[in-house]
Design a protein around this ligand. Sequence first.
Ligand code: CP3
Length: 346
Amino acid sequence: MPPDRRAPFLQACRNQPASRVPVWFMRQAGRSLPEYREVRGTGSILDAVRDPALATEITLQPVRRHGVDAAILYSDIVVPVAALGFGVEIHPGVGPVVAEPFRDEADLERLRPLDPEADCPYVQQTVRHLVDELGDVPLIGFAGAPFTVASYLVEGGPSRTLGKTKALMLGRPDLWQQLLDRLAGIAVASLRAQVLAGASAVQLFDSWAGTLSPTMYERHVMPASAKVFAGIADLDVPAIHFGVTTGELLPLMAEAGASVVGVDWRVPLDDARARLGPGVAVQGNLDPAICLAPWPAVEAAALEVLAANGGRPGHVFNLGHGVLPETDPDVLTRLVELVHGGEAPR
Ligand code: CP3
């Protein structure tokens, strides 16, 4: 059964009043949960993602434990490019690592269009299993935004400065645009397959877009992200657009075609709303590091987030970035209870 459109998460995404403030956590499935560490084994996360029974179980764990309002598919932003054979691995504690980084025209050939049924059928299979199991809890599908995926392919791994990425962007704008176009097509194919298999919302992760000035973002990145949103618009599912340190980019991230914009903890929600205007829903924005503090401090900070939103509809409570692995899962459960116990948005 597809989830009811009245699920609080979907209503908030549509900027409509909901029966409660919905809450989920980025990276809610993962190393903060003992039950995750128990089933996960020691192989690559990419192997776990290729096992639909395991990926389904891992996705469900935080829903069972915390009672969150949405599940997010257990996968990774590099799964599609890995499935195309670009040569991407994920090293624990490091992130995606690319043996032969993207350098020139010849590397475009390594990024042919994604055929989800042939290249990564396990993703759609996991989505179908999940939709059967989740009942009224919506499933969020996701993709990496062209810029953030490109940053891994160009740098060869995580980078503080994204120097090679920006050098390619400015030094070879023609090649950069072709790279981003291919990655936009791959993201569209992946998101469409997830939605057609039953995901009821999507999130585009542009985690590192905040390293760019608004001018660079608008000129060299936003057109490709806008293509992703345009490519799924007919499916009529809420689309969340997320990044960190994106305070100065928030209006552009909405303009790219998102219905919900993620806000990290550096901008209070009332300020973010002022920058975004009334038509856009917001997601966030508790600092994940605060979850390591004693409960009274966590509670105070969460209440501040709720107060900054001021009871307006269209708020999905979340952290401003992913759950830190050392987080006590009981703190997350208490946060869900706290947010749910609050006053319903008018
Ligand atoms: O619970 C969820 O949020 C769903 C699953 C999910 C993962 N990665 C699983 C994962 C999602 C949505 C992602 C997205 C992702 N992957 C992003 C965007 C979100 C963000 O954090 O900004 C990025 C930048 C990546 C790339 C990536 N993959 C990184 C930086 C890492 C961390 C490396 C590490 O070990 O600290 C990964 C690995 C990864 N992806 C893990 C998980 C649960 C941890 C490794 C593991 O359990 O094997």
